[in-house]
Design a protein around this ligand. Structure first.
Ligand SMILES: [Zn+2]
Length: 448
């Protein structure tokens, strides 16, 4: 099946009989696939990822939803970035580049008569694999962290896959998924050889399009997307499509912003993969760029408002980075590709909370009820107990006056009670009725 068989760079063992993890099950090093020399460029006409089949494992049957062959658009209206090339990976069937991986995984498993798989992810991969499992008739169980957005979980269920919540981080979900890969059950995650080989078609597409791309800007995430695109360029180089691999830039978020803004950037990068990324940055004369979460959301909204492109915050991170590179390093915008990895529809909560000026949006609840809930939450958890402190804890996004208004209404409904201390300052505590109302609301809300 394999054009070049993966092997561990360190212990050189063939590990495919054990599993398809990107990291060697014996020693933890990265699995390697030597660059594949395919046909010359003119022999390939791209319609989907399977147009690159000379670079992929040979399979009896392929399952495709017409993934890949995503367009490249130039920035038009944001004058500082005019001409920047955007690779629209969110135009894939389920809204992310993961569809490239899922098409290969579903096809590979069907050709190997494996019918059950487990996937641990923070969303996009699970949603994507759910769609392709439906197409290929595979039985998929998604293991997801219990705080994953409801909109993502529901998408997985819509396609008929099973969802099991486990732990509170993607890392814990990955560990659980790994435990379940026994007796003919395949385990899929972002750090999987097939995932990387499917996603490398992004690199092949960009190299196929132009020999003159000098810079590629990619969200770092767990590192596997970054590594995948490099793999594609390695194959393109081995096939004589390009003379040189462009500079690779990895975009990450400042640590303190990770929780709030970009779940998908929170997947831990295994140490050996970190080393590999470091090597690629060095080899291609690129670098890692750290940006602020708030800037990323603003950039995403700007792209929607100015260019008509609605993308997830992690995708917008690459455009923020492009700005920085332009200012600080004077890169050539015309020969730079920024990768827009996923759709804004998969991260609606983050945008809704920004637009509504609240910490977290709750679907089906008005902005006012959400603020009341947040106030009850703060008082019941003893995080804040007077108007000013509550206003501050809610990020000062509302007027102080409106917070007092909410407090009065909550008190009128007997959900909180107050005591006056000091200079007419009211201190609030939650009532029995308030606790009941609060815990019922909590049950309803997906992110708690
Ligand atoms: Zn090894």
């Amino acid at each position: 099946m394999w054009k070049k068989k993966p092997y561990c760079i360190k212990c050189k063992k063939d590990t495919l009989s054990i599993n398809f993890d990107l990291l060697c099950p014996f020693c933890g090093s990265i699995q390697n696939i030597d660059p594949i020399q395919g046909p010359e460029k003119s022999k390939i006409k791209i319609s989907n990822i399977w147009s690159f089949s000379p670079f992929l494992p040979s399979l009896e049957k392929v399952y495709t939803l017409s993934e890949g062959n995503t367009p490249i658009l130039l920035i038009n209206n944001i004058s500082s970035l005019k001409g920047l090339k955007l690779k629209l990976e969110f135009r894939n069937p389920t809204g992310s580049f993961r569809d490239r991986a899922s098409s290969l995984i579903a096809s590979y498993l069907s050709s190997s008569s494996i019918s059950k798989l487990v996937c641990s992810s923070s969303g996009s991969l699970g949603i994507s694999l759910s769609a392709y499992s439906a197409l290929a008739g595979l039985e998929l169980t998604n293991i997801v962290p219990s705080n994953l957005e409801l909109s993502k979980i529901e998408q997985m269920k819509v396609y008929g896959s099973k969802v099991v919540e486990h732990g509170s981080t993607t890392e814990e979900a990955i560990e659980k998924g790994r435990e379940l890969q026994k007796g003919g059950v395949f385990f899929a995650s972002s750090d999987n050889i097939l995932t990387v080989e499917g996603q490398k078609t992004i690199g092949l597409e960009i190299a196929h399009l132009s020999e003159t791309i000098e810079n590629i800007i990619i969200p770092k995430g767990s590192g596997s997307l970054f590594y995948s695109i490099y793999r594609g360029f390695e194959d393109a180089l081995a096939s004589g499509w390009i003379e040189k691999i462009p500079s690779f830039y990895a975009v990450s978020l400042k640590q303190e912003d990770l929780d709030f803004y970009a779940e998908s950037l929170k997947i831990p990068t295994p140490q050996t993969l970190s080393q590999k990324i470091g090597d690629i940055l060095l080899k291609t004369k690129g670098k890692e760029i750290e940006i602020e979460g708030e800037k990323m959301i603003d950039q995403a909204l700007l792209l929607a408002k100015k260019e008509g492109l609605f993308i997830e915050p992690a995708s917008a991170s690459v455009v923020v980075a492009a700005n920085q590179l332009l200012e600080n390093e004077g890169i050539n915008v015309d020969s730079t590709v920024a990768l827009l990895s996923g759709s804004g529809l998969n991260a609606l909560n983050i945008f809704a909370s920004k637009l509504r000026g609240i910490k977290k949006a709750v679907w089906g609840l008005s902005e006012k009820s959400t603020t009341k809930f947040e106030i009850l939450d703060l008082i019941s958890r003893k995080k804040a107990n007077h108007g000013y402190a509550i206003w501050k804890a809610l990020g000062k996004r509302k007027s102080l006056q409106s917070i007092y208004q909410h407090l009065n209404e909550l008190e009128e409904k007997n959900l909180i009670s107050s005591k006056i201390k000091g200079k007419n300052k009211k201190y609030y505590s939650i009532t029995r009725k308030g606790i009941d109302a609060y815990s019922k609301m909590r049950e309803l809300i997906d992110f708690l």
